[in-house]
Design a protein around this ligand. Sequence first.
Ligand SMILES: [Zn+2]
Length: 727
Amino acid sequence: MRIPRQHFVFVVIALSLPGTSASAQSYKSRMENPIVRYTMAAKLDPATRTVKGRYALVWKNHTPDTIPDLYFHLYLNAFKNIDSTFMRESAISRRPERLREWKASTEQDRWGWVDVDRIQIVNGPDLTSSKSFVHPDGDNAADQTVMRVALPQPIPPQGSIEVAVDFTSKLPRALARTGYVDDYFFVAQWFPKIGVYEGPGDRGRTVGGWNCHQFHANTEFFADFGVYDVELTVPSRYVVGATGFLRSEHHNNDDTTTYNLFQEDVHDFAWTASPHFIRLTRPFEWGKEVRGDEIVTWTRILGLPADQVALRDVQVILLLQPDHRSQADRYFRAVFNALKYFGLWYGAYPYDTLTLVDPARHSNSGGMEYPTFITGGTYFWPGDRSSDPEGVTVHEFGHQFWYGLVANNEFEEAFLDEGFNTYSTSKVMDVAYPPRCAYTRLFGMPVPLFPWLRVQAPSFPFAGVGEIPMGAYLSCVQSADYIDERNDYLDDAKDDELVRKGWQYLNGTSYRVNSYDRVAATLRTLENYLGPETMARVLRTYHQRWRYRHPTLKDFIKTVNAVSGRNMDWFFQQFFFNSNIADYAVTDIIKTPLEGKVGIYDEGGKKVIHQEEAAREVFEKSANKRYRSTVVVRRLGEAVAPVDIVVRFEDGGVAREQWDGQYRWTKFVYDKPVASAEVDPQGKLALDANFTNNSRTAQQDNRAAAKWYVRLIFWIENLFLAASFFS
Ligand SMILES: [Zn+2]
């Protein structure tokens, strides 16, 4: 084993500082040559909602290109005026209501921006005058979220540069993901952040260049891995949480405290500060959370030695709102479940800490992910069976594994993060929690559970209100994430092709459908076609191969084909690169009696006529009536996929057929009476738009009637449900 150099330096520094946590020393950097290294100091002034900062950035050119300039994201300028790309797009589709309210607020402080006050090459020339705003996405000259700085000397291949940057960040009133509400500060996308320079071959590029998109209403982020060594100074009464682990803490004379946070192998740094947080920590001790038989199972499925399936202990930090005190256990349990299952399936969470922030009300900062630092979200009164805070916590934690570790480009391929995460979050929820309730019946009448319990109640000072025993009066109708995912996809299935750049979807709904729900349903379908254990090996391999790198969909497809040993290109062509809908149906079962001979037959050199009447008489009297049955299976959708068909006969026999699903229809003919037929009997094609036409019975027997009865009851209940919404 070789200890990377910066790890060695880091240990020396860590040991020389007081207050170093033991766990800090267990972290081993995976990067021998990180592309970015920020050494930063920043100070929050709560009165002016401003952060003043300064950093030194060492940036490495990892490519064979000679690079004449630097590109930086100035994300906070999205909140500077209504002409930013983010604001223009938000007004049209993503968050028009919220934006209208935000703009109408009389709060003078609500706009946000970031200024680069000075940028200089360390021990070199001042570059401040050579900065300019650029618009790589080409559509809005007024946008100021990307800055280019021309260099006096280009950076040679494999060379590096060190720049010192002074900046002022005015935080917006929280509109999306970042900003303040009263004295709660959620500080994300807050410093001038260098873009990603991609060389030839990186993510399939043929020509190198900066990948540094404007801040769009829908899209998230993309950055290179490296080291963040950050000193944050805040008023001492504030509680701070951030990316990384706390290396030291120093109380200053002016009633402020400086916290030094440090993390390697991450691609962003975000933090929060509020005087109201309750800070709780609990260790995730993997030896207590994972049973021996679970290790055995996963070593077998993944084909790995036990030590590669082992997890690591993690310090979990929870910053809780005071009126959510009673939900601490639910939050911690959710993180522990996520650490366990994501770790077992994709590989151990590699960092020493995970900080979970329970966001302030109306802060628009809930449900977001940053490296080792996530926000959850809950309600004043979540029901026992409500999906939050667990659902959002597991989801945001899951991003540590996709966005965080398999750091795909969220601007260009958002689905590789959100979609994979939605799929894997559902799987964790499936194994770790009982099914949740879609709606409940109160004294037999259906009532929608969630809207009712999610009413924003005022913060009563008494604890335990979340445990009012309503369960006795409510009965639950079980639901699952994958049902919602499929339904949401089908509502907007034709809006876009799945594979699009994040800001190029029709609208916010289509972005969500194609980045989250549709991908989850599609991956579930892929899993059904590959089998669960092959899918587990595919995802493990993809995750491990692309940790700390920037894969594309093509890299995933390659992994699928290599690990499964099958060419699944057809699957991606059908379900990722177009907007075709899948719908296979059994449309007809035609049964004709085999009456024997009717008509003229050549018999003994003569033409002999057989009358139908006589044949029918024989047929009617026969104890063993014979039939010819024809089963018609049709492809009603545009999407093409191989499907299985199961045919059941009246005599109890079963035929299993396979169809490549290519042409518009196929027929199967049998010389005996068919009772029923079903296409895709295992429900592999989870994307199928209409399950009710998948099966058909030859006659309206009792079984079919029962099916219709159930469907009718379900329909009536839904009608009641709808009525209760509108009444
Ligand atoms: Zn997400």
